[in-house]
Design a protein around this ligand. Sequence first.
Ligand code: PMP
Length: 385
Amino acid sequence: MSESIPASLPLRNDLIGEEPYGAPQLDVPVCLNVNENPYAPDPAVCDSIAARVRRIAPTLNRYPDREHIELRQAFATYLKRESGVDLSVDQLWGANGSNEIMLQVFQAFGGPGRTALGCDPTYSMYPEYARDTFTAWRVAHRNEDFTLNVERTIAAINEVHPAIVLLTSPNNPTGTPLNMADLKRILAACETAPVAGAAEGVHPVVVVDEAYIEFRNLGTPSAVTLIGEHPNLAVSRTMSKAFAFAGARVGYMAASKGIIDCLRIVRMPYHLSAITQAAALAAFEHTDEQLSRVGHLRDIRQQTAAWLKTQTYQGRPLEVAESESNFLLFGGHFADRDRIFRELLDRGVLIRVVGPEGWLRVCMGTDEEMARFRTALAEVLAEPQ
Ligand code: PMP
């Protein structure tokens, strides 16, 4: 890729040699690599999307509602139902995937002289948002079992004085949830922490990325329940995962009006197309259908985790990280994970090489897809290592 870029182009010095981010998009029978919901929208949802888009098509000569008010109301209605929290339209914000929301967060709160802090291993896009906005990226390492190390995280907050503290719950690629007590301790530490490069009295924004939160075990609360008490807390969500709407590219953020108003400063005008808004509104009309497989995927996760633990590699059982998401990080001691990845791919099963050395990630597919995954992995593990 980088060889195809002529040396005469004035690409930013810090981008020279960089590769575009993204998992391989391959035409294989079993795609378990990007944490999508494997179930297609049902025909009633497709009809509603078509009808809504047909209705607005004659208005496409005009720009869309820049403030996407109707959609922000739909986010509020959804969060009320999903987490029991009352939020107003001005506490919600949408964009083209939570990727775009997060970039807006970095544009608004990061920048030269500013630092963002994450807890690795974590989502590999975060350092890219930091790079793209000239924000320094620092990490506080998680514990061996991938739970957050709260002491280390608070020590890092007091050392690097970040403008953004990025927590992920459940975390990608490990699936680890963040418990409320730990989140509250970090929020309390941030509420008195200074921000390097900012005026006195300025404190970090704490972003909880809840892309996979609907897959959490029943009873685990969402960070959106804390928004009312914490003006510097922002929670990002997406329709891409549990909501089975990745292709539409819709993410959203719940936060104080102040935080949302900061994002409004940096957003592109009319960033969310009228077609996207119409499709998302149609999908929210069918929330029950869109979420109907979440419980099943949660069960499949439990069954797959149990099965993986019965498998061995080099005479030792596979490790499986505790997950409240729709994927599992497994292995722990694969000596050559790239080979296992390739051999699964040879058998038509695409998973992901991501996370610490020795581990691989698989996302939950349909029953048939998971059966093919199990057969293929058992074959690969049975070969001499
Ligand atoms: N956050 C996390 C932790 C993710 O894993 C992903 C997708 N892989 C995203 C955010 C972005 O999702 P989207 O842009 O589709 O909303």
